[in-house]
Write a protein that binds this ligand. Structure first.
Ligand code: FUB
Length: 891
């Protein structure tokens, strides 16, 4: 593919080695984890002190394509090991490995107050740290004990090898932070094990070929030990063994002597089906034996597993994949650079020390066939400068000149149009101009794709059926564009472009689609009109809506975290239904003049809590406003929201109720519109436009917002200001303490009634009661549909917390919950009523109570009676976090 302008076809062969250009990096230790190759390296300082290795810290880089390397910070310095290591120098070779989610970085340092080295270990929860030295002492120490290399064998046993001229290994405990079984020495003075002697000392003793930099791994049942050999200048060689204890067999030379460096420390690794050999040389400008730089070559192992001789190249390796410019990319993801430095830590890194004439090159960037229209860069600056975007070479014509002005030390985004656009796969150069040192800091960049505007009907085939939708893509759309699905009401049409107005899409820069409903039978109309099958179950309309989103996503750069759904009337009913069937698609929902009624009443909320906005006219007698309180009750309980709303009113316009989000959940916002009938639009919302109100609501939510997806029903009957009797509850009536549910569909309620709906699975019902000790209550949870079985039917002592596990056997059912007292004069207060879904594993787990020695928060018998301590046999235990388990106490 070309890179935009036709005259840009010059092919330049770039030197890729060394691969890290902003500083000198030595002793590379690659490690593959998931999709990423991490490169742990040592750091030769720019200024060499006393003509010897000057090394104060250890660095981390990573890549996913082998050509662009991201600086991930300087996670370790000698200060990390301040309790035992000499400070401010001697941060020598290292290797890092992950085990059970923790990262163990083994390093060489000099023992404080001594001249000999030791090997320490730092531990972190992520590769970039923060790291801590948990044992505050070296694992091993003594002359020649340098250059640790680590592996975990198939049986889980971890080994550490290390040494210079001499070689040792030791087992590591499972914690990876202690050695076990003592140190074992490997005899290096053996030609069959480590190759021909490099000569003899003055006493005529042979000098081993093994020098240092051991690199251990296992492949196809064989142990490989790569190492620097031959004394200085070193070359790279390897030996193999069938047993970790040896004997080792010398296999030969793998690489020659490194260019410009008397050491060559490296190691091979397999990544994404390719084999790479890392090493260092002295080839970066100004480099040498104490200013080394990491390089990499690809190789193909021989069929018998042996490693071929690998030649050094300056071209390095080919890219494994392209880089997506339409996603935010770190400025410190670099192929080649000059002049700049990278700084930062696990909290974030950036490019700094930028002067006029410096550049950063990013390789193999895929702009696609539509091309990029603009770029956004994140920068901070104390002065002024320009960031220029070029393609193919650092001296090509600039496609964008991004002006950078002083930002008071704040990070800001600056956008700039590209001319001409950039298309296809290219190398990108960011060059910098301005006067003075350190023009600005550069954090990230992201290009925006050219988005073609559209205002047209689109046909798609869904499960063999031709369906259509109206696509509206405003001129104002950028990349990563939000998408709104807007559903018309019964007998409506996609060309209504309702209820989300295109004016708001224009203004806010999002795509909106208007699906066309099919002719379906509506009891309320007594016939068929266009509309939606809003049953809350999987159906052709749900497939259609999913297919539309996919269709738009194939043609436009939509942000999958920002897809929203709204609807009018029957479209609003469908929106409620989609909270159940499409709750893995939309980030938030809005309905205007529509709620679940008649046959659409059931299954109207999914397990996943969702942000929801509802707008309803007080004069709507079609989808009856008078029934809305019940809908609100249902939504609020399912969201675990505060049932007492925060209300704001503007006379003649609206009453707005905000039901604040429950823990791990989202709010329900309800607008009651003065004087509005059954309409798709209102100009009386605070924004003066109901489309804008919906958009402002949507725009607060992304799909990846953290949420607790446990099904819940939390009516919060005791909340101050909440009157349960007004919300479908029977309270203190005769012997009934509390009753909820069990109402029926009638012609007047349009099938909107208070109902507790459950699907198959385990649940936990909890509440707290206060009253006269020794009294009993009866708890009943009964299905009022299907076989009308009792899910719970228990006598419960008054006082304290109660928690009951039960199983719902039917696929779906409506329930009635009743708590009765023995006598009408019993005064009992019920609070903290909640019903949660419980996973099968949690519900059926059988284990020792308080296995960790801590007392459970509450213990109950199988019949739900609270016990002072676990009794022999099966107990129900609720821990401090509220999790419930069945546990067996042995004798
Ligand atoms: O980087 C300091 C030392 O140089 C390493 O520990 C050795 O392996 C050699 O590369």
């Amino acid at each position: 593919m070309s890179c935009g302008a036709a005259w840009m076809t010059v092919v330049v062969m770039w030197a890729q080695n060394p691969i890290i250009c902003d500083r000198y990096t030595a002793d590379p230790a690659p490690y593959v984890h998931g999709d990423t190759l991490y490169l742990f390296v040592d750091h030769d300082e720019d200024v060499t002190e006393n003509g010897y290795f000057t090394m104060k810290d250890w660095l981390l880089y990573s890549t996913v394509d082998m050509v662009n390397w991201t600086y991930r910070g300087t996670p370790l310095t000698s200060a990390t090991f301040s309790s035992w290591a000499k400070q401010d120098n001697d941060c020598w070779a290292s290797q890092c490995i992950e085990r059970n989610g923790k990262w163990y970085w083994y390093v060489t340092a000099t023992i404080k107050g001594e001249a000999y080295p030791g090997i320490g270990v730092a531990v972190a929860n992520s590769p970039a740290g923060p790291y801590k030295d948990p044992i505050r002492k070296p694992l091993v120490k003594g002359w020649f004990k340098i250059d640790p290399t680590v592996m975990i064998d198939d049986d889980g046993q971890a080994y550490l090898f290390y040494g210079n001229n001499m070689l040792w290994y030791t087992k590591l405990t499972k914690t990876m932070t202690a050695i076990t079984g003592g140190e074992k020495e490997v005899t290096t003075k053996s030609e069959s094990a480590f190759g021909p002697y490099k000569g003899y000392d003055d006493n005529n003793n042979p000098k081993t070929n093994f020098e240092e930099a051991s690199w251990i791994y296992k492949k196809n049942g064989k142990y490989y030990l790569e190492y620097a050999a031959g004394g200085v200048p070193e070359h790279w060689a390897y030996s193999t063994a069938d047993n970790i204890k040896g004997p080792w067999t010398y296999q030969g030379k793998v690489m020659g002597e490194a260019d410009g460096s008397f050491t060559i420390h490296g190691g091979s690794v397999e990544y994404k089906g390719h084999h790479y050999m890392f090493y260092h040389n002295g080839k970066l400008p100004g480099g040498g034996g104490y200013k080394r730089s990491t390089c990499v070559e690809e190789f193909t192992p021989n069929e018998d597993g042996s490693i071929p001789f690998i030649s050094f190249t300056s071209e390095g390796v080919a890219p494994l994949q392209t880089l997506n410019p339409y996603e935010r990319q770190e400025a410190e993801t670099i192929n080649q650079c000059s002049g700049v430095k990278c700084e930062g830590d696990y909290n974030g890194c950036y490019v700094t020390n930028i002067s006029s004439g410096d550049y950063v090159k990013v390789r193999n960037v895929d702009f696609g066939s539509k091309g990029a229209a603009s770029i956004k860069v994140r920068v901070r600056s104390a002065g002024k400068g320009t960031l220029l975007v070029r393609v193919g070479s650092k001296s090509s014509a600039a496609r964008a000149r991004v002006p950078i002005v002083a930002t008071d030390g704040e990070w800001v985004d600056v956008e700039c149009a590209l001319a001409p656009t950039i298309k296809g796969v290219c190398d990108i150069f960011f060059t910098f101009s301005g006067t003075g040192q350190s023009l600005f800091d550069f954090d990230s960049w992201q290009f925006a794709e050219k988005v073609e505007p559209a205002d047209k009907s689109v046909s798609i085939n869904v499960n063999g059926e031709e369906r259509s939708y109206w696509l509206y893509v405003p001129q104002s759309c950028k990349s990563s564009v939000p998408l709104v699905v807007s559903l018309h009401g019964a007998s409506g049409h996609m060309t209504d472009k309702s209820p989300m107005g295109t004016d708001i899409a224009d203004k806010e820069g999002f795509i909106v689609v208007y699906p066309q409903g099919k002719e379906i039978f509506f009891p309320v109309f007594g016939g068929t009109v266009t509309g939606w099958d809003a049953s809350g179950e999987e159906n052709a309309d749900v497939d259609f809506i999913r297919a539309i989103v996919e269709d738009v996503a194939t043609n436009y750069p939509i942000d999958r975290n920002r897809i929203y759904c709204c609807g009018f009337s029957n479209g609003g009913m469908m929106t409620y239904a989609l909270t159940n069937t499409c709750n893995n698609l939309f980030a938030s929902y809005a309905s205007i003049s529509g709620f679940p009624l008649n046959e659409f009443h059931l299954h109207h909320t999914g397990v996943r809590p969702v942000p929801f906005l509802h707008i309803h006219g007080k004069s709507d007698d079609f989808v009856k406003y008078s029934l809305m309180p019940t809908i609100v009750d249902e939504m609020v309980a399912r969201l675990g929201a505060n049932p007492v709303p925060e209300k704001t009113s503007v006379a003649g316009k609206y009453d707005k109720s905000v039901y604040e989000a429950g823990e791990g959940s989202f709010p329900y916002i309800y607008y009651e519109m003065d004087g509005m009938g059954h309409l798709a639009f209102s100009a009386n919302t605070p924004e003066g436009n109901s489309s804008q109100t919906m958009w402002n609501f949507f725009n607060q939510y992304t799909f990846d917002a953290p949420r607790d997806e446990t099904f819940r029903w939390m009516p919060r009957i005791e909340t101050d200001g909440y009157e349960p009797k007004k919300h479908g509850w029977t309270v203190n009536s005769s012997t009934t303490l509390l009753r909820f549910g069990g109402d029926q569909n009638t012609s007047s309620n349009q099938n909107v009634y208070h109902s507790l709906q459950l699907t198959k699975g385990y649940y936990r019902l909890c509440f707290h009661s206060e009253g006269e000790a020794g009294k009993l209550m009866m708890l009943k949870l009964q299905l009022v549909t299907g076989k009308k079985t009792f899910l719970l039917n228990k006598s419960v002592p008054v006082g304290g917390d109660a928690s009951f596990l039960f199983h719902m056997n039917e696929d779906w059912g409506e329930c009635k919950l009743t708590l009765t007292r023995t006598s009408t004069s019993d005064v009992i207060n019920i609070s903290q009523l909640a019903l949660y879904a419980v996973s099968d594993e949690e519900a059926t787990a059988i284990e020792q109570p308080s296995a960790n020695g801590s007392a459970p928060a509450a213990v109950y018998s199988l019949s739900g009676v609270q016990l002072p301590t676990p009794q022999q046999g099966i107990n129900i235990v609720r821990d401090e976090q509220g999790a419930v388990k069945k546990v067996r106490k042995k004798r």
